[in-house]
Design a protein around this ligand. Structure first.
Ligand SMILES: [Zn+2]
Length: 229
């Protein structure tokens, strides 16, 4: 069943920019608190390889009739994902790839046509994870800042996903880890993994995000592949 109808454009458009929310989550201690307290929930429900925690932010405005939709493309460096506001109806099924919690309810914020999203949503439907996630975020006063995001793994283990943004679209691209300029990127998404004894878990960032259009990749040749250039 499609959840497209429950997309709330005004909620999406009210999200802060990534630099602003990054400053806020770090200075307030909310990021530390979220990573320290939410991992056990993902582990207990076996969601670590499907869903992670993301700071909610926006890069572009969604007009009436549009929905943020992600599509997979074959890029020069492997499979990449392009998200932009698109006008339905869509010719293929779509599934939520990002959820926010608003008024205690899960709200889909972005959608994907990818099979990975279908499988991850199927896992949610068989679990009480969503309810516990929403209740926990709300009780810790983290709901306006954090959401639930589909975990993405590059096909090639020497690469990691970097989100490049331009007016009206975002491209998630697998960049060689040795060429990622971490100082100019904002960490936006974390996944959890149980530690060796299963008593606690560790969070690791699996997606970073560019804040502007200037140099985020050390190797200048990479710039040839950047969107908008
Ligand atoms: Zn972003």
């Amino acid at each position: 069943m499609s959840q497209l109808a429950s997309f709330d454009r005004s909620l999406y458009n009210s999200l802060p920019g990534v630099e602003e929310v990054d400053r806020l989550v770090r200075s307030s201690g909310k990021l530390e608190m979220a990573l320290a307290t939410l991992g056990s929930l993902f582990v207990r429900h076996n969601m670590c390889d499907k869903w992670g925690l993301s700071i909610l932010h926006s890069h572009w405005f969604v007009d009436a009739g549009q929905t943020p939709l992600q599509e997979a493309l074959a890029g020069p460096e492997g499979k990449e994902f392009v998200t932009m506001p698109r006008v339905g109806p869509f010719s293929q099924p779509v599934w939520p790839s990002l959820f926010a919690v608003a008024s205690g309810m899960l709200q889909p914020m972005e959608f994907s046509t990818d099979k990975v999203a279908q499988e991850a949503n199927a896992a949610l439907s068989e679990s009480s994870f969503l309810y516990e996630f929403a209740a926990t975020l709300t009780s810790l006063d983290l709901a306006t800042t954090f959401g639930l995001i589909l975990v993405r793994e590059p096909e090639d283990a020497t690469r990691e996903f970097v989100e490049f943004n331009r007016d009206g679209s975002s491209v998630l691209r697998p960049v060689l880890s040795t060429e990622v300029d971490r100082d100019s990127l904002v960490q936006t998404s974390w996944r959890f993994a149980p530690d060796a004894v299963g008593a606690s878990c560790q969070a690791s960032c699996f997606q970073t995000c560019t804040v502007s259009d200037s140099g985020h990749i050390k190797n200048p040749h990479q710039k040839l592949h950047r969107p908008g250039e």
